[in-house]
Design a protein around this ligand. Structure first.
Ligand SMILES: Cc1cc2nc3c(=O)[nH]c(=O)nc-3n(C[C@H](O)[C@H](O)[C@H](O)COP(=O)(O)OP(=O)(O)OC[C@H]3O[C@@H](n4cnc5c(N)ncnc54)[C@H](O)[C@@H]3O)c2cc1C
Length: 329
């Protein structure tokens, strides 16, 4: 079976039909990846395709899609197969009265990709609940289990974000049966305090939807990779050159995280901005998302991203770092 990456990704760009292998179990996933590696062909492991910008011309590529599902529960410990839908997993934990991932409700994609960039939202990060994971190491094909401390977790970062460490088959989480930690950023966003994980999930889903951050085929603002740039972390001294009304979050090491959305909007690039007649544009709801307004090319996405980087660097002296994974550029 062949399919274009534009049909397999939420950004909906990417040409050249790719050979598609669908892995429905852990063992099939291992067989497929080791089989493709043995051929030396170019390959990509794909979950929900929600954090990928694929080039217009990809050449020959084999895509291995994780569709292996299943949640095994042992008390507060949950072993989850890589192809499990992330948000359905979150819903399962909330219904089970477990806490720790409720603020990550509504993030698209699969469980196997969650550790790759250490997904996060409203001050919660998945790294705080991951205990260990299993992966097929590239290129040896060895099956290895790594503990959380070996995964190089940082802000939107892990050992899997850089190059090809391998393919994750399952992830183990340790959740809590205690009430959820208070989420200042969510409370600020909605103007009141929410206390239960079910309430947090409901409010997070509603807030995200209002910003085009929950996938909706009827809403072009969600044809995106979510946030296109990470929030830059700068020194305390440098942060003083940014106006006082700009959002900022002090980090435990004394550095300061700035809002990439604020920097973009205050560089003259408002919501909905696009270059000429390009079909790639900033979301009409959130200046941090680059969206496909319908038949955009990967090149148009790349051009808009470069333009934003240039404007923000010229105006504020900050280099914005893209968050999605670029394939075939
Ligand atoms: C509307 C929208 C909102 C979003 N909001 C957020 C948010 O709030 N916070 C956030 O952190 N992210 C967010 N994202 C980004 C994205 O949803 C997450 O990064 C998600 O974890 C990607 O999952 P996926 O299965 O779609 O990964 P894919 O896009 O399929 O893959 C992403 C990368 O991970 C690799 N990968 C996938 N599966 C595996 C595996 N099993 N083993 C090894 N590598 C693998 C791929 O090769 C690729 O490099 C958002 C995206 C969208 C479209």
């Amino acid at each position: 079976m062949t399919q274009r990456l534009s049909e397999l990704t939420t950004m909906q760009v990417g040409g050249s039909p790719a050979e598609l292998l669908e892995a429905h179990s852990r063992d099939q996933l291992i067989d497929y990846v080791t089989g493709v590696w043995a051929t030396g062909d170019d390959w990509l492991v794909l979950g929900g395709g929600s954090n990928i910008v694929a080039a217009d011309d990809l050449g020959h590529l084999t895509v291995i899609r994780t569709l292996n599902r299943g949640i095994e529960r042992n008390g507060n410990l949950l072993r989850v197969q890589a192809g499990e839908n992330w948000d359905e997993f979150v819903a399962f934990t909330v219904e089970a009265g477990l806490t720790g991932v409720e603020a990550l409700s509504g993030i698209p994609g699969c469980v196997g990709a969650a550790p790759v960039q250490n997904i996060g939202a409203y001050g919660q990060e998945v790294a705080d609940t991951i205990v260990r994971l299993e992966f097929v190491e590239y290129p040896s094909g060895d099956i290895r289990v790594l503990e959380a401390k070996e995964l190089g977790f940082g802000y939107r970062d892990s050992i899997f974000k850089h190059g090809r460490a391998g393919v994750i088959t399952w992830v183990e989480f340790e959740l809590s049966d205690q009430p959820p930690a208070s989420l200042d950023r969510l409370n600020q966003a909605i103007g009141r305090e929410v206390a239960t994980s079910a309430e947090i999930r409901r409010e997070v889903l509603a807030t995200r939807a209002s910003k085009g951050m929950v996938l909706d085929p009827a809403d072009r603002d969600t044809a995106s990779c979510g946030s296109f740039f990470t929030n830059p972390i700068v020194s305390d001294g440098f942060s003083r050159s940014i106006p006082g009304d700009a959002p900022r979050w002090l980090q435990p090491d004394g550095t300061v995280k700035l809002s990439a959305a604020w920097l973009i909007e205050n560089s003259g690039l408002g919501k909905g901005f696009k270059l000429g007649d390009s079909r790639a544009a900033l979301s009409t709801k959130h200046a941090l998302a680059i969206t496909n307004r319908g038949d955009a090319t990967a090149e148009q996405v790349r051009e808009l991203a470069s333009f934003i980087q240039l404007q923000v660097a010229n105006r504020w002296g900050v280099n914005l770092v893209p968050e999605p994974n670029f394939v075939g550029f």
